[in-house]
Design a protein around this ligand. Structure first.
Ligand code: GLA
Length: 731
């Protein structure tokens, strides 16, 4: 049992194995937050203090008591208009244009299992794994009701939060801002770790002090974006990989989001995660409800490494779905960097033949197989196979590819339309556009109005028409621009950005229902929509369009803080690298790509025999360790933004098998030796290096580290496989 309610003092306590979350309904019916952190016993209402604070107003019904102010008290769901001047979780514009909402406790419900969200992705769990708490709050004047949802996954140390905002009044209202999680801390100094980036350089880590004032990260791009990822960490000042307290907040949503962090006048910290308030004015007629996407919360006092393990497990086992959730992912050879738009059926068969010879499982035919699509200026929306270009039907092509013993996958970009396409010529009104204005183009394409069911249905039908033609076992779902012209001919303005994302989810849900065995890989110019919302439908996402091994080390480092390695699409590509012009050895490219769902993005026909042999060895090595990589605990052993090397480690749950990976990022004359300290081993076991037979004490590897060889050369990489052999004897 994880959720407790004490009737006498109206305290809710949410326990997981190592954490506690506590809140209370006070004498006035306000829901006050009291505590979230390491597991505790007892009631934390002693933390709530009451003093007369100048310029902090007092709700009317506290009477003459000037010590009671929502400007100071920690709250579960702070609302604009009640005397709290910090960032609000909710702003409502009422029918009379007033912006106030006085939420008081009305009722609650506790039940087995984890709540679900209509039309939105959310953590799922069985009845035995989770419990739900629903707290209903109400503004008696407007009739607005807010149902706060809490999911408690006790064993996982995970608490989820969401909110349903309902207009139970008689006049229309507009939701101007809505968050799903608010964390208030009455004391403490914190840093916010966030992940910023750009196309081909996603998820760089930024650690920033939460000082006085407020700052935020977010996206107004219609997708979660390359620029800021909807996942952050709140960490104590001294928290490191191995030590210290930290909280993860992961938004399960793929559209505009906003995370705000603030330190107030009394040194109290507030962090909010929710929908972005720009481009958002969500009108609710009487009887209507808005669901705010879920935020996953996790806490540990054991440092960032442990927080990552906690979130990796939660996302792998309670967000990702479908047959491939627990299956080895096929090693893919993707045609994009091999041929770009310049291919025909023979080219794809050539790739398949090479794939078979190298041990690659699947060939993916990327962009360019449909409509009039010789470059990225036309054809999107015309989901008809270009048989003239392929020189055969899709069925024939898939049969030929399968004939080599290789699976076949295909690229699609369902949300888009080119102006130069039959679809656009027939239905120009299907694109999002602002009346009377010329649209903003991105990659010379427009965005289809996925808020509209008729548009989604037509695209769905066309795409199924393709997928049904042959044995297609994989889809790469791409989305190659940021959204502008957020205006729909049919949807209510102010709702479009949100309804668009729900439209995408609706499409994806139908797709996975119809093709339950299909592996879908998400993509948005690489990692522009790398979020937990997409992972609910696509268990892996192309991590970045940047396949340069050195840059990938950095991108994958940032990604690893909150997302599991199995979700990271990572391929070995040709050198010089097409994005950076850098040349890195095939071995180093392989080691880097093995920190993900592994594959290739090159033309094997251009490789030497030695390179082909090396690729065969690489694939054998990957397949040997595939399960360890996908299911094992992942440890970051260095900070590649600071250190001269990148190092990471996969460890089996029983800690008996270890794969250490090291990539040198710098080379200098007469270099100091690099010692890499391992983590999460059994200190009292002896581990053997499988290749050399050399033995090490677990405790020694963790305390003193392992010296890496000194060899001349740029960007060298090593993989060391260790197995636990025997209990060590103290010396
Ligand atoms: C995006 C993807 C690439 C490739 C191209 C095709 O940029 O991220 O991997 O699929 O589109 O146009």
């Amino acid at each position: 049992m994880g959720i407790y309610y004490q009737q006498e003092n109206r305290i809710f306590t949410l326990h997981t194995t190592h954490t506690t979350y506590q809140m209370k309904v006070d004498a006035f019916g306000f829901l006050l937050h009291m505590y979230y952190g390491g597991k505790i016993s007892g009631n934390m209402d002693y933390l709530l203090t009451y003093y007369d604070r100048g310029f902090s107003g007092n709700p009317f019904d506290v009477g003459a008591d000037r010590t009671y102010s929502l400007d100071v008290l920690p709250q579960e769901y702070p609302v604009m208009g009640m005397g709290d001047y910090r960032n609000s979780a909710l702003i409502i514009r009422n029918g009379d244009e007033s912006e106030c909402c006085d939420l008081r406790y009305k009722s609650h419900r506790i039940y087995k299992g984890k709540y679900g969200l209509k039309g939105l992705p959310a953590v799922y769990a069985s009845e035995d794994e989770a419990q739900t708490l629903e707290i209903l709050l109400e503004d008696s004047v407007s009739g607005v009701q807010v149902k706060l949802l809490y999911g408690v996954l006790e064993k996982e140390d995970i608490i989820t939060r969401s909110a349903e905002i309902s207009n139970c009044g008689t006049a229309g209202i507009v939701v101007e801002k809505a968050a799903s999680a608010c964390l208030d801390f009455v004391t403490g100094d914190y840093d916010l770790l966030s992940f910023w980036g750009r196309h081909v350089m996603e998820r760089n880590l930024q650690r920033r002090e939460i000082a006085h004032g407020s700052f935020g990260i977010g996206s107004r791009r219609g997708t979660s974006s390359h620029q800021y990822n909807p996942a952050v960490i709140l960490a104590g000042k001294n928290t490191t990989e191995e030590h210290g307290n930290c909280y993860g907040l992961v938004f399960v949503y793929s559209g505009n989001f906003m995370c705000e962090a603030e330190k107030d006048q009394f040194e109290q910290t507030r962090v909010l995660m929710g929908l972005h308030s720009d481009l958002f004015h969500y009108s609710l007629e009487p009887g209507e409800t808005l669901t705010v996407p879920e935020t996953i919360l996790g806490y540990t006092d054991k440092g960032l490494g442990q927080l990552s393990i906690l979130f990796h497990r939660c996302i792998m086992e309670h967000i990702c779905r479908g047959g491939y959730r627990d299956l080895p992912r096929p090693v893919i050879l993707n045609s994009w960097e091999a041929a770009y738009f310049d291919f025909d059926g023979e080219t794809i068969c050539g790739l398949a033949k090479d794939a078979a010879a190298l041990g690659i499982d699947m060939v993916v035919m990327d962009d360019g197989w449909f409509g009039k699509r010789e470059d990225d200026n036309s054809g999107l929306g015309d989901w008809q196979v270009n048989q003239r270009k392929l020189g055969c039907t899709l069925k024939e092509l898939t049969e030929k590819v399968n004939g080599f013993g290789v699976k076949f996958g295909i690229w699609i970009e369902p949300e888009m339309v080119s102006e130069d396409s039959s679809l656009y010529r027939e239905h120009p009104d299907w694109a999002l556009q602002t009346p009377g204005r010329k649209p903003v183009r991105g990659r010379n394409q427009l965005v289809l109005d996925f808020t509209r069911k008729d548009v989604r249905d037509a695209v769905f039908k066309a795409i199924c028409g393709v997928l049904d033609q042959g044995n297609i076992e994989y889809i790469k779902w791409d989305m190659n621009r940021s959204i502008s012209d957020v205006y729909s001919m049919q949807d209510k303005q102010g709702k479009v950005a949100y309804d668009y994302v729900l439209g995408v989810y609706d499409f994806l849900e139908k797709l996975i229902k119809r093709y339950p065995d299909m592996l879908i890989e998400g993509c948005s110019g690489g990692g522009g929509r790398f979020d937990a919302g997409m992972l609910y439908y696509t268990p892996q996402i192309w991590c970045s369009d940047n396949t340069d091994a050195l840059d990938r080390v950095l991108i994958q480092y940032g990604t690893s803080f909150l997302y599991p390695v199995a979700a990271v699409g990572a391929h070995v590509s040709a050198v010089p690298n097409h994005q950076t012009g850098r040349s890195v050895s095939l071995h180093t490219r392989g080691v880097t790509a093995m920190a993900g769902a592994f594959g290739y993005e090159l033309d094997p026909g251009e490789l030497t025999d030695e390179e082909r042999d090396e690729i065969r060895r690489q694939i054998r090595q990957y397949k040997k360790h595939e399960e360890l990589i996908r299911k094992g605990d992942y440890f970051r052993l260095s900070d590649p933004f600071q250190d001269t090397y990148a190092a990471w480690q996969f460890t089996s749950k029983d800690k008996d098998r270890v794969l250490l990976n090291v990539v040198m990022l710098e080379v200098h004359g007469n270099m100091p030796v690099t010692y890499v300290k391992l983590r999460g081993l059994q200190g009292d076991m002896v581990y053997e290096d499988v290749d050399t037979g050399k033995r090490y004490y677990g405790s020694a590897l963790m305390e003193a580290g392992m010296p890496m060889p000194m060899e001349p050369g740029e960007y060298l990489a090593w993989q060391v496989e260790l197995t636990a052999k025997a209990k060590s004897h103290p010396v």
